[in-house]
Design a protein around this ligand. Structure first.
Ligand code: ADP
Length: 309
């Protein structure tokens, strides 16, 4: 499939400080691609440059092969952006906005498509309400409909589920998957790392405007994710053997439960051999693979829950 987005050596600085620095990556057509990073990493600046709202200082952005600066008319039609902050005109109804919004991109209104968006996003009961009367959740659903009304081939979702309840999150992701199955390429940011892990084929992690990692989600988790190992001992241990210090070992007060961290690159067998060598009597053992949360912390030094927004 054609490359949906190609970013080459993109730079943007504000008052001499880089918000995005020498950023290059590519998204293939049909992907669901996650762009993650702590607050201030440069995600929104990147998205705003792709959407043509912010002008890069240098570098280029190609959308389905078209340069988004020299060929802006073509690229703006191919990109739909759902921005993080709710940008709406309070005095129009949902129906009015959706009817006229496609024209803004030079695309004719398609009533069947408009109707499908209204139905799939549960906007029917709210069609004739003015924006100011809508609840937060309805505004979010409307924002997706608005971003999709001109049938863009690349849909960009900046924190689509921030502050949205679990049920609506589920509905939104289900719809995003449906659009993706039908051929829409998705670029998303989210601070729910488990959602990124479930949704995205590939994940890029940014910090200080630069790329720290870009890999298929599974291999990122596999490569960087360490495992937590819990060992229940048959015989009480009075103190931690020094040989386990490198595994960030922790012994429970009753001396019967040992918690260890095993780097992804180290086989469990090696740890078991070490335990045998130390004469530990193992009664039971369980492992838990660290997810994106742990990886994010390793790469950025920030706990995700505090630093993402
Ligand atoms: P993220 O979306 O990852 O939280 P942003 O792209 O919003 O990060 O911000 C990256 C950096 O650029 C931050 O340090 C932010 O303060 C700065 N920045 C973003 N937009 C502006 C702007 N319009 N004026 C000045 N500084 C900005």
């Amino acid at each position: 499939m054609q490359t949906a987005l190609e970013i080459r050596q993109l730079c943007k600085a504000y008052s001499g400080t880089f918000a995005v620095r020498d950023l290059s990556f590519q998204i293939e057509g049909g992907e669901i691609f996650g762009l993650l990073g702590p607050n201030g990493a440069g995600k929104s600046t990147t998205i705003n440059m792709i959407g043509g709202v912010t002008r890069p200082d240098s570098g280029s952005i190609l959308v389905f092969g078209h340069d988004n600066q020299s060929d802006y008319r073509t690229t703006r039609r191919q990109v739909g952006v759902m921005h993080q902050e709710v940008v709406i005109d309070n005095f129009f109804t949902i129906d009015q906005t959706l009817r006229f919004h496609a024209g803004y991109y030079g695309v004719a209104d398609d009533p069947a498509w408009r109707q499908r968006l209204i139905e799939r996003l549960g906007l029917g009961p709210h069609l004739h309400k003015v924006m100011i009367k809508l609840s937060g959740g309805t505004k979010r659903r409307f924002m997706i409909a608005k971003a999709m009304i001109h049938k863009p081939r690349l849909l960009i979702l900046d924190e689509p589920t921030a502050g949205v309840d679990v049920e609506l999150r589920h509905t939104l992701w289900e719809f995003v998957r449906e659009l993706n199955r039908e051929g829409t390429t998705i670029l998303l940011t989210t601070h729910y790392l488990e959602e990124a892990e479930q949704m995205c084929n590939r994940i890029a992690i940014m910090n200080h405007g630069e790329l720290l990692a870009l890999e298929p989600t599974a291999s990122l988790v596999e490569r960087l994710g360490s495992r937590q190992v819990q060992i229940r001992l048959a015989v009480r241990l009075t103190e931690l053997p020094a040989e386990l210090a490198c595994h960030e070992a922790h012994l429970s007060d009753d001396g019967l439960l040992l918690r260890l961290t095993l780097p992804a690159s180290q086989p469990l067998g090696e740890l078991l051999e070490l335990c045998r060598f130390l004469g530990l009597a193992i009664d039971d053992l369980s492992t838990d693979t660290a997810g994106l949360e742990e990886i994010f912390l390793q790469l950025t030094g920030n706990p995700a829950k505090e630093s993402l927004r």
